[in-house]
Write a protein that binds this ligand. Structure first.
Ligand code: FAD
Length: 414
């Protein structure tokens, strides 16, 4: 049987980054996926490396927002009635953790991870010779009403003071100067200047993977649910036969529970699904930045394939059939805002953000199994946090000092 130093299960942005960091530290690493790398959630996101995202997305607390979402006609958040009995407990915990004083404490644990997101991407991208796939210049959150704009600017200012996040306030004229092809339907915007953006997250992940392989790492296909412990080692079946290692990292994103549950862990995981569709642009129109229609809750992102429209949160069971109603509701509004041309994809793409009820990812040792590590649950920020997660896992496994305090992310908090 083939022996390596480490197995990494799941080749999304998180698993690829973990595998890169382990191989970089001299551990012979095998990265496993049942598909090609970067073909699930990490494939089709909005491509934002969210340096501003220090406060994770909470559950609405005010009655107006709750009533709006309860009506199930919104664009930013919808739910499947049939899923409610299974996810109600999770939602209650999520809502409790979103109360202002708890949420603020969570943000203080989360911010140190977020603060490193751009530099940790840059470090891998530089080594992997794919810095050209990461763009500078940030992204823009635009507002239809002055009330929403002023509230967001107030919040941005408090994040600047507490977390050092940088932004520019744009009035309608400044927004038009930054994005000349947007129709003047917004009263202003918040320009987050420090985030980086990735027009093609799939290509970036494949670039990181190619460098992992050049360093001697192995990418193999196989089913992670074959993972078992035998004689103090972890063994998994791959297309090229069984492989064993003294340590294994579960980085299966929304599918993590397929492995962890079999090992006796009942972790509170749920998904917020999301969709995308690409469009052509009429008359040679283009976007200089990703732009968010903040009060409606969809993004328009310039990508090599066309303008990518991405949607907000759909609370549904992970494997329920696709119901891209948010895309259908957002498209007419997006067409009023930007001269979208025809749809370019045969069907909407669907992804599933892997979520925990305290909005923090699970990064660290498995509580009851030696040599087993967890790296999943990154919710809205898995592209953002893949590289810093890889670094943390690499440091913990190698017994190095960690770049941020990893205590808040341990699985044994549940
Ligand atoms: C519409 C949308 C927009 C988003 N925008 C952003 C954004 O702008 N910025 C950001 O940071 N994040 C964004 N996200 C979130 C981000 O995409 C996710 O957090 C991230 O992709 C999760 O990465 P992951 O590696 O944990 O999971 P995945 O990318 O899903 O990887 C998990 C891997 O596990 C594999 N796998 C599953 N089961 C098995 C098995 N049994 N055996 C072997 N392999 C298996 C899968 O094939 C997959 O490759 C967005 C998400 C959506 C849906």
């Amino acid at each position: 049987m083939r022996q390596v130093d480490a197995l990494v299960l799941g080749a999304g942005m998180v698993g690829v980054s973990v595998a890169w960091h382990l191989q970089k530290r001299g551990m012979a690493t095998l990265l496993l996926d049942r598909r090609g790398a970067m073909e699930e959630t990490s494939f089709g996101n909005a491509g934002l490396i969210q340096r501003e995202g220090v406060v994770p997305y909470g559950f609405p607390q005010d009655l107006v927002s709750l009533m709006r979402i309860a009506g199930n006609r919104a664009i930013d958040a919808v739910y499947h009635w049939a899923a409610l009995p299974r996810i109600a407990g999770f939602l209650l915990r999520y809502r409790r953790n979103s109360r202002p004083h708890v949420h603020a404490q969570i943000a203080r644990s989360y911010a140190p991870l977020i603060e490193r997101c751009v530099e940790e991407h840059d470090a891998i991208a530089l080594a992997a010779d794919c810095s050209h796939l990461i763009r500078r210049g940030g992204w823009i959150r635009a507002f239809r009403s002055t009330e929403a704009r002023d509230a967001a600017l107030g919040e941005a200012e408090s994040w600047r003071r507490e977390f050092g996040v940088a932004y520019r306030a744009l009035d309608a004229a400044a927004l038009a100067a930054a994005e000349p092809h947007l129709a003047p339907v917004m009263c202003g915007a918040l320009h987050w200047t420090e985030p980086a953006t990735v027009p093609d997250p799939h290509a970036l992940g494949l670039g990181y993977l190619a460098h992992f392989e050049r360093m001697g790492g192995i990418f193999a296909q196989g089913d992670a649910t074959t993972l078992c412990e035998a004689g103090g080692h972890w063994r998994v079946a791959t297309a090229a036969g069984p492989v064993s290692a003294p340590r294994a990292v579960v980085a299966l994103g929304p599918w993590a529970d397929a492995v962890t549950r079999g090992l006796g862990y009942e972790l509170p995981l749920m998904v917020k699904r999301g969709y995308h569709m690409h469009f052509g642009a009429r008359g040679g129109a283009s976007l200089n930045h990703p732009v968010l229609d903040s009060e409606r809750g969809y993004c328009l992102v310039p990508t090599p394939r066309g303008v990518r429209l991405t949607t907000g949160a759909e609370f549904a069971l992970r494997d329920a059939p696709p119901t891209p109603v948010q895309l259908a509701r957002a498209e007419p509004l997006a067409r009023e805002w930007f001269p979208l041309d025809k749809r370019l994809d045969a069907a909407p793409w669907k992804g599933a953000r892997p979520c925990t009820p305290d909005m923090l990812p699970i990064i660290g040792p498995a509580p009851r199994h030696r040599g087993l590590w967890f790296a999943f649950g990154h919710a809205h920020h898995g592209l953002t946090l893949g590289p810093v997660t890889g670094r943390l896992i690499g440091e913990m496994i190698a017994g190095e000092d960690t770049c941020v305090d990893a205590q808040p992310f341990r699985a044994d908090r549940f």
